[in-house]
Structures are given as C-alpha cells and as structure tokens.
Design a protein around this ligand. Structure first.
Ligand SMILES: *[C@@H]1O[C@H](CO)[C@@H](O)[C@H](O)[C@H]1NC(C)=O
Ligand SMILES: *[C@@H]1O[C@H](CO)[C@@H](O)[C@H](O)[C@H]1NC(C)=O
Ligand SMILES: *[C@@H]1O[C@H](CO)[C@@H](O)[C@H](O)[C@H]1NC(C)=O
Length: 511
C-alpha cells in the first residue's frame, strides 16, 4: 500500500491544490445555492418515499427486483481509497457528482481472525482533512454563520467528504456504497465462510460499519470463489445472511415496514469459467445488482494480446456473452445486471514487430507478446508494471486513438515501441449505453474514477455513457436523507458516531 508521506507536496502541487480548492469552493457554493432552491423538492421526495410504503419484503417468495423499477439507469463508478496519493491526487469531489447515481467506495478488508471488517487505510478513509482551508467557508455555507465554530462538525476522510457531498447535492442525488474485498482480499473470504462464528461476525460488522459510516449499502467483491463444495454455497450463505441483517436494520429504523432500502450488490466475475458453478439463481434472491466485471478479459496473464473490455468477440471473453449467460442460463432479471467498463487501458508489448504502417486491429489482437511495456512517469509504478494506463493519459503520446466497432473497443498503437493498448473511450461508452438500453440492463459502472478525464468534458467517459442513455440516469437520494434514519443513528451512537456532529447539525437545521 502507498505510504502516507505522499501528501507532503512540492510547491507545484501546493499551487495545484489551491486551484483544486478554488474549484471545489465554487462547486460547493453552486451546490448549496441549488440545495436552497430545491429544499422543498427534497422534502417532497422524502414524502413520496413514505407514500410508497408496503413494498414487498425482499428475499422472500420471489427474486428481488432492482429498487429503481421503471425509472432510469444506474450510472456508477468505483472510487478507491488509494486515489488521494501521488501520482493520482484524485479526491471524491473530483468525481462528476452531478452525473452519477452510485459511488462504490473501495475497499474494506476482512480480519480473518475475527471475521470483522476493517479499513484498508483509515487515514484516507476517515482522517484526512479535505476541508481544511475550506472549513470556515463550509460552515458559513451550511448554516449562514461563519463564526460559530462549526467547522469541526464535518466528517473527515474520503468517506466523510462523500457523506457531506451527497447531503449537499440534494438536487442531483447519488448513493455511496461500501465495497468489501477486492483482488487482494480473496483469501479471507475463503476463511470466514468455513466458520459460522466468523461469518456471523463478518455480517454483523459489515452492516454496523456501513451504517456507522453513512453508507447506503454494501457491495461484495470476492475475486473469486473456487469451484468446490464449500465456496459457492458459502458465498450464498454469506449473501443471504447479509441481506437478512440489512432487512432487520431497515425494520428497526422504519418500525417493521420496509420503506427504504439498503442496497446489496455483488461485483461478479464476467466469464463462464468463474460463473458456471456459482448458485446465481439462489444468490439473485438477495441482491439488488450484479456489477458485472466485463473488463480485464486480457492482460499480463493472457497467452496472447486482446482487447480487455470488449463487448463482443469470437470467443466467450466479452461483455455480451457474460450478460446473456446470466440472463439465459440463470434467469437473472436483466435490469439487475450492470455493465462494467474500464476507465483504464491494458497494454502489451508485441513481440512480432513487423507491421504495416497504420496497422489494422486484426494485426494487434491474438498476437504473442513479451511483457506489458514499461511504466511511464505519469502513472503509478504498480499500475505501470501491470500494464495499466489511466484513460486520462490515453491515447499514448504520439499515437492516434482508434476504434474497433466490431468488438466495441478503443485502442492505440505505438509502432515505434510496439506497444498496443486497448481501452474504453467515448465511442465505446456510447455504444455500450445503447447496448444497455436495448437489452434493458440496469446500467453501467466504471472501474475506477481516477482514470476519468475531468478536464475536458468531450473526453469524459461518464458523460459519454450518460449521453448514450439520453441522460436517463436514475438517482434516488441517499437513505440518510430520511430524517428517521438520522434519528435512529443519533439514538444508537449518541455522541460517539462518526457522523454525529454533522447529523445533529442537519437534524437541528430541519426542525
Ligand atoms: C428511462 O429508462 C427507463 C428504464 O428503461 C424507462 O422505463 C423509461 O421510460 C425511460 N425514460 C425515458 C424518458 O426515456
Ligand atoms: C476449496 O478450494 C479452496 C481453494 O482451492 C481451498 O482453499 C479450500 O480448502 C477448498 N475447500 C474444499 C472443501 O475443498
Ligand atoms: C477536448 O477533447 C476533444 C476531443 O478529444 C479535443 O478535440 C479537444 O481538443 C480537447 N480540448 C482540450 C482543451 O484539450
């Protein structure tokens, strides 16, 4: 993991920090003006939620439907808690907050001795002060008095900032979901599912942490359960227990009636080898969404080069195959399937260096390769070694971005160094949005937010995807916009809650 020293910036980074701050301040002022204007709108929305009571208790007789029936599409993005560090310097407020419906916060890890979940980086999650020079301004904005010392009420860290942002962005709403696991935590899932006590602790701790930190749901990312007796069934048991625990929290808050909902999703493998032995139909009873990881189809581990996030191909390694496999083989409701897209490229150093000028893509895929190329200065050393390129740094210098409509993938090729990089661009994002609409899928998500091009809207992937959906993006407010949730929180945690000072403030300003 990256060290904490990364936040001691040089002079240029101080300047760029100040610039970012200036932008943030402007944004927040804008958002707050909106929130004043739309205050009544917000209470109307909450009232509408109440009216929709009597919703079916999930996980019972039939498969759970997605909780945004009949409305627009999900447009989500993962934010990783290592993003604030050099050379990324990417913060929650950088995300296109006006355009997303879900932010998935990666990752929480499992303690294999207790089964409980823990922060992977508590400084980044809960301590880093993203408001520091902004504090006085913020308190002025949230209660009209700059000098009442309220700057200490704002929750810290990336999690705190996201909670704050989702509360002040009341016109455009998004949920923030806690993501547990990830590639490096898969061993611990294997351990806890073997032991009922660890499993119970995992479930209790996940739901408790989710609520205490103000998340709107849980996303499980076990990469991947193995094909043997215990793991697929263990996964099912874990998901079921988690859903039931979330249900019980909901009924405690809403007094038995399920009026609002903590979301449960799974970041799922998107290829047959890892899917066919999972009890998908059974798991489907308990989850709201399947975040299908329809990317990483090719990489350093592959035998030949290939597009890594292609929608179609001659093989089974493509998004379309995975989606239809879920629908046709397991009967999953297409609206619960979310198409994963990559805000990064994967590179290959192609061995056979004999290319025609302006080579066609057919020369670039299915080739023998020798490594994934050298990392360049602008990207993480770790990412570079893996051949990962943030989208914002693509196409590679001195190359031209190309698009392959047959496979639905962008790519660029550095002929001089024989480096081939495939990735999603605005064209593939738009085509994928059309695919999502045509197949009545739930929507799409990106791994991960730091790759997005923020400085040029016409390069923005999220904007292109949403445009492809005709901006029909569903955004429901965070469950914490419901004052009964806030009251429950304050009763439960008293003065010790992570969000207590801020929620008390929100509570009193709404009296
Ligand atoms: C938005 O998408 C939903 C889900 O597909 C659909 O039911 C609805 O009609 C769409 N709305 C518009 C305005 O296109
Ligand atoms: C299932 O496979 C995993 C990984 O190969 C292994 O650790 C575990 O012990 C296996 N469990 C059983 C019951 O075979
Ligand atoms: C923004 O991106 C578009 C499309 O790639 C490009 O034509 C334009 O020059 C870019 N603008 C800036 C200011 O970089």
């Amino acid at each position: 993991m990256v060290g904490h020293s990364a936040h001691h910036g040089s002079r240029t980074s101080v300047i760029s920090h100040l610039l970012i701050l200036l932008i943030v301040i402007t944004l927040i002022i804008e958002m707050c003006l909106y929130s004043r204007i739309f205050k009544n709108q917000r209470s109307d929305d909450i009232r509408d939620n109440f009216k929709n009571g009597g919703r079916q208790v999930p996980g019972m007789a039939q498969n759970q439907g997605p909780h945004i029936e009949g409305e627009g599409f999900l447009s989500g993005v993962y934010y990783s808690n290592w993003s604030p560090y050099k050379p990324r310097f990417h913060f929650p407020h950088d995300i296109n907050l006006m355009q997303v419906s879900h932010i998935y916060y990666a990752f929480f890890k499992i303690n294999p001795r207790t089964g409980g979940i823990e922060n992977t980086d508590s400084w980044s999650d809960l301590e880093m002060n993203l408001y520091k020079p902004l504090a006085i301004k913020s308190s002025e904005l949230i209660n009209g008095n700059p000098n009442n010392g309220n700057q200490n009420i704002l929750p810290l860290g990336c999690i705190g900032e996201l909670f704050y942002l989702k509360n002040i962005c009341s016109d455009k709403k998004f949920k923030v979901i806690m993501s547990i696991g990830g590639w490096s935590d898969s061993e611990n899932f294997k351990i806890i599912i073997k032991d009922n006590k660890l499993l119970k602790n995992f479930v209790d701790s996940s739901v408790e942490t989710m609520f205490r930190l103000g998340f709107d749901g849980v996303d499980l990312d076990w990469e991947f359960p193995e094909n043997n007796q215990s793991e697929p069934q263990g996964y099912l048991k874990l998901v079921k227990m988690l859903r039931l625990k979330l249900n019980s929290l909901e009924s405690q808050i809403f007094g038995g009636r399920v009026e609002d909902h903590f979301q449960l999703s799974i970041a799922a493998p998107a290829f047959k080898d890892k899917l066919f032995y999972l009890p998908i139909t059974e798991i489907d009873q308990y989850v709201d969404y399947w975040n299908m990881m329809t990317y990483d189809y090719y990489g350093s581990w592959s035998e030949t080069t290939g597009y890594h996030s292609n929608l179609f191909s001659e093989t089974e390694l493509n998004g379309n195959f995975a989606m239809h496999y879920m629908i046709d083989k397991f009967g999953v409701n297409s609206r619960k399937l979310v198409l994963g897209m990559a805000a990064y490229g994967r590179s290959f150093h192609i061995k056979d260096n004999k290319f025609e000028p302006f080579s066609q893509n057919s020369v670039l895929i299915n080739k023998i390769f020798k490594g994934v190329g050298k990392p360049t200065k602008e990207i993480d050393k770790a990412d570079g070694k893996e051949g990962i390129w943030p989208y914002k740094n693509l196409p590679k210098k001195d190359t031209i971005e190309q698009y392959d409509p047959k496979y639905v993938s962008a790519y660029c090729f550095d002929e001089k160094n024989s480096i081939f990089i495939s990735y999603d661009n605005t064209k593939s994002a738009k085509t994928k949005a059309e695919y999502v609409m045509h197949n009545k899928l739930g929507g799409g998500f990106w791994w991960e937010s730091c790759g997005e091009a923020y400085t040029n809207e016409s390069r923005s992937l999220i904007n292109a995807f949403n445009e492809g959906l005709h901006f029909n993006v569903s955004s429901k407010p965070s469950i914490f916009q419901d004052m009964r949730v806030v009251k429950y929180y304050l009763n439960k945690y008293g003065d010790d809650g992570f969000l207590t000072p801020y929620l008390k403030h929100l509570d009193s300003s709404k009296q």
